[in-house]
Design a protein. Structure first.
Length: 342
């Protein structure tokens, strides 16, 4: 009997402990469980009008709109749609600090802007879903902004885009898995394990130092010109078919050096990406110079937060503000060139 009572107390203490942790997580990291997008223009969306709280990177909170995207409200038939990954989704900053929101403020009612960035939707997945997003509303958007942090393009990437076989992210929002995901404690443990917690206890003995020097070189693969040709031909066809303008905004990863300088990923792939974008008349905004000037003149980095590691992770409010500026400038350039009909 004594053993049974002890076991009951132990279980009860565990349940109370999990409850307390869940309560604390409500102020630290709460994300809803995503659901499959029945409209077919992304793998998934967030539940309508659901809320999030994030303090893992920066400190932010907000509510997704009725369509499951990170906006204050739904914009019907927007003039400009913004597509991209979690960087553009921007749950790490407040809603009025995202590039999409700031771009709308700069345009001051001239064009409406709608943020449709979704976590996990990299450049290739966004390109795959481009026709679905362009045909989603009654009116085709005048401009499509695509955020990317990669410029490496292979034949395999292009084949997946054209065949609509970019890896799909399923939604497990029902059954036992769906229930467990809704428990903050269980979800936190899962993400910590997935994010490398296990490596802390089982380190890779063969791993090398992560110290960064200016002489670091980036892994390079051979440039596949045919892949770039196919990709940009596809994007140009989308522009011509739907009568829209595509702006690709590239934000490179910065690396802080031991001597106080900053370095950015830059290789033949970036050069090739720029060349083929220019060849096919696709607007390309390279944030490298802007981020470099921001570091040396304003003493800010575009990625990372004071709650974590600077120059690592998602775009912060300075990165979003800089991107909004440069995208706004490119829209003005398109107008001056007569390529953007009002």
């Amino acid at each position: 009997m004594k053993t049974v009572k002890g076991f009951v107390r132990l279980v009860g203490a565990g349940i109370v402990s999990v409850g307390i942790i869940c309560l604390l997580l409500c102020f630290y990291n709460i994300m809803p469980v995503h659901i499959e997008n029945k409209k077919g223009n992304t793998d998934y969306v967030w539940p309508a009008n659901s809320v999030w709280v994030k303090a893992t990177e920066g400190i932010s909170f907000g509510r997704f709109d009725a369509n499951g995207y990170n906006n204050l409200s739904v914009t019907e038939n927007p003039d400009i749609i913004v597509l991209g990954s979690s960087h553009m989704e921007a749950c790490e900053v407040m809603q009025d600090e995202s590039a999409a929101y700031l771009l709308a403020q700069k345009l001051n009612g001239k064009y409406t802007v709608y943020n449709m960035g979704i976590s996990g939707h990299d450049f290739y997945k966004v390109c795959q879903y481009l026709p679905e997003n362009l045909g989603l509303n009654d009116a085709v958007p005048k401009v499509v902004v695509i955020e990317t942090s990669t410029v490496n393009v292979s034949e395999e990437n292009v084949d997946e885009i054209l065949s609509h076989t970019v890896e799909f992210t399923p939604s497990h929002n029902t059954g036992a898995i769906g229930t467990l995901q809704k428990i903050p404690f269980c979800r936190a443990v899962y993400h910590q394990a997935e994010g490398g917690l296990l490596k802390l206890f089982m380190p890779d003995s063969g791993s090398s130092s992560n110290q960064t020097t200016a002489e670091d070189t980036y892994a390079e693969t051979e440039i596949d010109g045919s892949a770039y040709n196919e990709l940009f031909s596809y994007l140009k066809d989308m522009e011509d078919k739907y009568g829209t303008q595509i702006i690709i905004c590239y934000h490179p990863t910065e690396k802080l050096m031991d001597d106080g300088t900053v370095s950015f990923d830059s290789d033949e792939h970036l050069t090739a990406f720029k060349e083929y974008a220019d060849k096919y008349g696709i607007s390309f905004v390279d944030m490298t110079d802007r981020f470099e000037n921001m570091y040396y003149k304003e003493h800010y980095v575009a990625h990372g937060f004071c709650t974590g590691e600077l120059a690592t992770g998602h775009l912060n409010k300075y990165g979003h503000a800089a991107m909004a500026d440069e995208i706004y400038n490119e829209i003005n350039n398109l107008e001056e060139a007569g390529e953007l009909c009002q």
